[in-house]
Design a protein around this ligand. Sequence first.
Ligand code: MN
Length: 135
Amino acid sequence: MNTNNLSTSVIFPIGEKLETDRFKGTVWLKMLTPADSALPIGNVTFEPGCRNNWHKHAGGQILLVTGGRGYYQEWDKPVQELHPGDVVTIAADVKHWHGAAKDSWFSHLAIEVHPEIGPATWLEPVADDDYNQLK
Ligand code: MN
């Protein structure tokens, strides 16, 4: 992998490439606390152009942006551009997606809050036409 423009944004280990059809593009994941713990925290690293499908978390999620440039969008709301230091609080059952800008790596910590309530529900991909319009 080419990590030339990633080197300044890595704080936590990048982990392993995630084999999943819930993302478009290549994503890396390192769990920092166990997935079955009371507060699962994962370091998620998106290659440029990579984003996840629309989804919702039964108990909610918090994103702490640690590197690069990316986006967060809730259903029927404007896209928010994200930079290191940004915090996104996602309420339970709110449909949303997050991912990298076309020209930038992007990394965030994903904190699964109230995991005992249930898992995430994965939905349809973000429409290419919508993603490709983002600057
Ligand atoms: Mn999410």
